[in-house]
Design a protein around this ligand. Structure first.
Ligand code: NAD
Length: 485
């Protein structure tokens, strides 16, 4: 069986305690790796290594850092098949989507933030004889990154490339379900010439994450995960006076107006709601359809849901793999029961996939008559479950879409150009996708709203998450302002 170690100070190291845990393939339920389990001592070793490496890394010329990041992008693309295979084994995501989408997407982020390294600008406020005023952006030091399992390689890359480009060092704790590709990535960084200690990986669970949050030499926390855990970490960081970037859950709405191209909308609603088994933060699980076209749209949507092929994620014709774990399967099935008890009607799926004996496969599930007070409307399910309701007019559609504690993403479909701008304006969400499913690029910044977190995603704006602004005043007049004289 494969053994996975922490990557600390440029080396593979077991846990000081010798403790391990197991990682399984969610499609076969086979144990695929024995993984080092990190505790306080391991986190401390990783943070000390990152802290020592910070001095050299932060003082390198930004362009030199950028060149190293660029090499990661190239190497990832060269080794795309190897990364895609490991990701599929570890997470159950389909091999084809890992190869065609996830690995190139991760590589694209390394490429983008390689270029960003020497493009950070800050204002100079001069124009007055005697005092020179300017601002600088300084890296925090050691960034403690905590990431989820739903796009392991992409998440690990996002948690590394932006902070590294502006001079921070990183200790990352990936979700315990998916330790493989983050480890391969850290090793790839060493191969291309990153100095030891600049990126360190410690494996483990929430307790390991807590050691990272509480470590005094971790100067910034970058968390991506559920809102429940994010709120807890946010409160702890506030107590510790430690800044935290919180990227948390979502419950996006997808509005289909009667004037939309209904076939395109049905394709997009399917992809945004049930792609990656609904296990993505921007999953649009609340489908709002204009009353006058609801029958026609639902029949188009169900036609497409029927064509989803669950099964072996390595098989080229499979377009949906298993959920990540038994725990996640139980959680999603529990939400299906909650939805039924609340009075929503299942019009497709709702059961474990009976034709697959092993693996955490769940039928894509569609609820009809979902209403705004219901828990399946308000809470993030994070599984292949969408619910449909209808609206009468634009005002009601916007009100329903915004009737949500989360503010990560929103989608809508319309051919009316004025409506497109108007509705985009009124949706209370950090990202809005019009006539398309989620398709993001690193160049495009977005904010995070409401219970979905705080900070910026992507773009040069993401650099703001990982740098502190300092204003410097220099008096060269050899006189001082006469306050006390
Ligand atoms: P999770 O919150 O259970 O775990 C996320 C990470 O936090 C894991 O590494 C976990 O080990 C760690 N963790 C758990 N408890 C902790 C604690 N008390 N202290 C420190 N660390 C702790 O989330 P998950 O189930 O792994 O991932 C799914 C969630 O991630 C969903 O809510 C999804 O919306 C969210 N997500 C958000 C984004 C975004 O950009 N906003 C992107 C992807 C996923």
């Amino acid at each position: 069986m494969r053994k996975i170690y922490h990557v600390i100070n440029g080396e593979r190291v077991p846990s000081r305690s010798g403790k391990t845990f197991f990682s399984e393939n969610p499609a076969t339920e086979e144990i695929i790796a024995e993984v080092a389990y990190g505790e306080a001592e391991d986190v401390d070793y990783a943070v000390e290594s990152a802290s020592k490496a910070f001095c050299e890394w932060s003082r390198l010329a930004p362009a030199v850092r950028g060149k190293l990041l660029y090499k990661v992008s190239e190497k990832l693309l060269e080794r795309a098949e190897e990364f895609a295979r490991a990701e599929t084994e570890d997470s159950g995501k389909t091999y084809q989507s890992n190869l065609r989408i996830d690995v190139p997407f991760a590589a694209e982020f390394w490429r983008y933030y390689a270029g960003a390294a020497d493009k950070i600008r800050t204002p100079v406020v001069a124009n007055e004889f005697g005092i020179h005023r300017y601002a600088v952006r300084e890296p925090y030091g050691v960034v403690g990154a905590i990431a989820p399992w739903n796009f392991p390689l992409v998440m690990a890359s996002l948690k590394m490339c932006a902070p590294l480009s502006c001079g921070n060092t990183v200790v990352i704790k990936m979700a315990e379900q998916t330790p493989l590709t983050v480890t391969m990535l850290a090793e790839l960084l060493l191969e291309v010439g990153f100095p030891p200690g600049v990126v360190n990986v410690v494996h483990g669970d929430g307790k390991t994450g807590q050691c990272l949050v509480n470590h005094p030499k971790v100067k910034k926390i970058a968390f991506t995960g559920s809102s429940a855990v994010g709120k807890l970490i946010g409160a702890q960081c506030a107590q510790l006076g430690k800044p935290a970037l919180l990227e948390m859950g979502g419950k996006s709405a997808n509005i289909v107006f009667a004037d939309a191209d209904l076939d395109l909308a049905a394709d997009g609603v399917l992809q945004s709601g049930l792609g990656n088994n609904g296990q993505f933060c921007l999953a649009a699980s609340r489908i709002l359809v204009e009353e006058s076209i609801s029958d026609e749209f639902i029949s188009k949507l169900l036609e497409r849901v029927r064509r989803i092929k669950l099964g072996d994620p390595f098989c080229p014709s499979t377009n949906c793999g298993p959920l990540i774990s038994q725990k996640q399967l139980d959680r999603v099935m529990n939400y299906i029961e909650i939805g039924k008890n609340e009075g929503a009607e299942i019009i497709f799926g709702g059961k474990r996939a009976e034709h697959l004996e092993r693996g955490y496969f769940l039928e894509p599930t569609v609820f009809w008559k979902m209403k705004s007070g219901m828990r399946i409307w308000r809470e993030e399910i994070f599984g292949p479950v969408i619910g449909i309701t209808t609206f009468r007019d634009e005002e009601e559609a916007i009100e329903l879409a915004n009737d949500c504690d989360y503010g990560l993403g929103a989608y809508f479909w319309s051919k009316d150009v004025n409506r497109v701008h108007r509705v985009s304006y009124f949706l209370d969400s950090g990202l809005v996708f019009v006539n398309m499913p989620a398709y993001m690029v690193p160049q495009m910044p977005a904010g995070i709203r409401k219970l979905s977190g705080s900070g910026y995603n992507f773009g040069l704006e993401a650099i703001e998450n990982y740098t502190k602004l300092k204003g410097i005043y220099i008096n060269y007049s050899e006189q001082i302002f006469p306050w006390l004289s």
